[in-house]
Ligand binder design. Structure first.
Ligand code: NAP
Length: 248
């Protein structure tokens, strides 16, 4: 195997922002491991092919980030196989929208489970590896909804606000071991997650975004790549808003 200079783990890396991030971080000398939870492996396989094209050593892990045992087994296995773990991107996330008066308890639990507990599961596992290494980068994908709220997203906005709080606490706990923890808070990004929204909602976003367009997954990937890079060595506990000015 070629000498690896960076080992990256991206949850929810099969499509959308996760795939764009995996591609952005891929290159010769990198190992990029993606995780996903759709039993249909076609999107993950496509990402693996794209990673190979970019010269990365790539593999895909199929499990839910809510499954603590699976999280530990797979992230530890990657670190052992590739010799270390340099970067964890906690990107896996879902929406189950509904106004609070009608929101089902199951939809609350599911969203909090994947978007918030999933980040805890993966970050704790990675932190144990990274603190031993005395180096590491964790980047969490939050959302503008976690900062300003969004009608119909009580579960989602609570989960993302939780991710921001978790980011700041981990940043303080892990800084002495040279592990930085930051977040990006995307605004309205053109992925399968937003494709299902009614045209009226999309239009309202377009009118509220000063830069006048939806973000591309690659726009978010750039900020994530920066936070994961040596250039961001002196940044921790920060939230970068990638929303075309939607929130400022
Ligand atoms: P997406 O296109 O729907 O992709 C979601 C990714 O998460 C997929 O790879 C999916 O893989 C994975 N995933 C879902 N449930 C999972 C689970 N239980 N365990 C492991 N992986 C799981 O969404 P996206 O727009 O790229 O969103 C990525 C992140 O950005 C999310 O955290 C989202 O909340 C955040 N975000 C998005 C926007 C936006 O406008 N799109 C705005 C703010 C924040 P499988 O399908 O294989 O499960």
């Amino acid at each position: 195997m070629t000498q690896l200079n960076r080992v990256v783990y991206v949850t929810g890396g099969s499509r959308g922002i996760g795939r764009a991030t995996a591609y952005r971080l891929a290159g010769p000398g990198t190992a990029v491991v993606i995780n996903h939870f759709d039993p249909d492996e076609s999107a993950a396989d496509e990402t693996l092919a794209g990673l190979a094209e970019r010269g990365a050593t790539a593999e895909s892990h199929y499990y839910s980030v809510t499954d603590r045992e699976a999280v530990e087994t797979h992230i530890k296995a990657a670190a052992e196989k590739f010799g270390r773990l340099d970067v964890l991107i906690n990107n896996a996330g879902i929406t189950r929208d509904g106004l609070i008066l009608r929101m089902k308890e199951a939809d609350w639990d599911l969203v909090i489970g994947i978007n918030l507990k999933g980040v805890f599961n993966c970050a704790q596992t990675a932190a144990r590896i990274m603190t031993r290494q005395r180096s590491g980068r964790i980047v969490n994908v939050a959302s503008v909804a976690g900062v300003i709220g969004n009608p119909g997203q009580a579960n989602y906005s609570a989960s993302k606000a939780g991710v921001i709080g978790l980011t700041k606490t981990l940043a303080k706990e892990l800084a002495s071991r040279n592990v930085t923890v930051n977040a990006v808070a995307p605004g309205f990004i053109d992925t399968e997650m937003t494709a299902v929204l009614p045209d009226k909602v999309k239009q309202a976003f377009m009118e509220a975004i000063p830069l006048g367009r939806a973000g591309r997954p690659e726009d978010v990937a750039e900020s994530i790549a920066f936070l994961a890079s040596d250039a961001a060595a002196y940044l921790t506990g920060q939230v970068i808003h990638v929303g075309g000015g939607l929130y400022m």
